[in-house]
Design a protein around this ligand. Sequence first.
Ligand SMILES: NC(=O)c1ccc[n+]([C@@H]2O[C@H](COP(=O)([O-])OP(=O)(O)OC[C@H]3O[C@@H](n4cnc5c(N)ncnc54)[C@H](O)[C@@H]3O)[C@@H](O)[C@H]2O)c1
Length: 311
Amino acid sequence: MIVISEFMDEEAIRSGLDGFEVLYDPSLVDRPDDLAVVIGQADALIVRNRTQVRGALLDAARNLKAVGRLGVGLDNIDVAACKARRIAVYPASGANDVSVAEYVIATAMLLLRGAYGASAEVASGAWPRNALIGREIAGKRLGLVGFGAIARETAKRAAALGMTIAAYDPYLPPSAEIWKQPWGPVEAQPLNALLAQADVVSLHVPLTDETHGLIDGNAIALMKKGALVINAARGGVVDEGAIAAALRAGHLGGAALDVFAEEPLTADHGSIFAGTPNLILTPHIAGVTAESNVRVSWVTVDNIRRHLTAA
Ligand SMILES: NC(=O)c1ccc[n+]([C@@H]2O[C@H](COP(=O)([O-])OP(=O)(O)OC[C@H]3O[C@@H](n4cnc5c(N)ncnc54)[C@H](O)[C@@H]3O)[C@@H](O)[C@H]2O)c1
């Protein structure tokens, strides 16, 4: 049996998993006790980023052979424990890169321009032109923290808009071919220099011990006054309280946060953002569009079907 505990494209389930017994219940993620019962019969489990595939759930997963992840970050999966139990883990690499890259570019332009929140004022007859003089993205410097697949899709779009681009990624040697992209050069920089020079800092690293708290108050203090921070990577990489404080103090010019240390964000935790100017908060949706949902679902059903058929 294949258990699917979070939402995915239903046509991919119908056609891609035809012939398999499937339990598709996107509410299982919020009913961990029920999930722990059905997981005992599962040969494969398909999850997004909320189902915690670790500990007691893995103990109960006696027949589990494969986990399909409808996305790329694997921080909700105990990959080492899966490996020890010979459970294969399949991320849907590449399938939502474009969605995240478009989110980053769109939020950067929205935050720099600052002109799009005045519909009610304009409709009411106010004409707030002076207050809405924003900034262009052309000529600005994009600082990417992590230069993997999503960062490169973002950089390609930023280059087309006339941005200069730098990236910090200590796992890519400065001589690597990857820095010489066909659409233009990307400058490899140490983190502190990147933070000090960028107009827009966008994060594209996995959540690891090394990246946890990477963008804290000290890192933000290095940034230029008026710079933007965009986090569509993982909560925990950025200190959310420090972002809110820097926006209120007028040091940062704007921020977009799609991911949070605690998800779903509770009203209690969310109150740290009350009254914070030029801030966009979204519920971990940067990688999820109608198109990417279909791509991610098909990559995942193909991975799982191939694994179970070969087993
Ligand atoms: N918000 C969303 O909806 C959404 C969607 C997809 C992915 N993501 C997040 O985006 C992250 C990046 O995705 P990707 O597909 O580009 O991954 P990727 O593996 O292609 O790239 C990650 C890059 O980060 C670099 N890196 C690792 N540790 C680093 C460190 N300490 N400092 C600097 N660089 C470091 C790696 O060398 C790699 O090049 C994922 O791990 C995931 O957490 C979020």
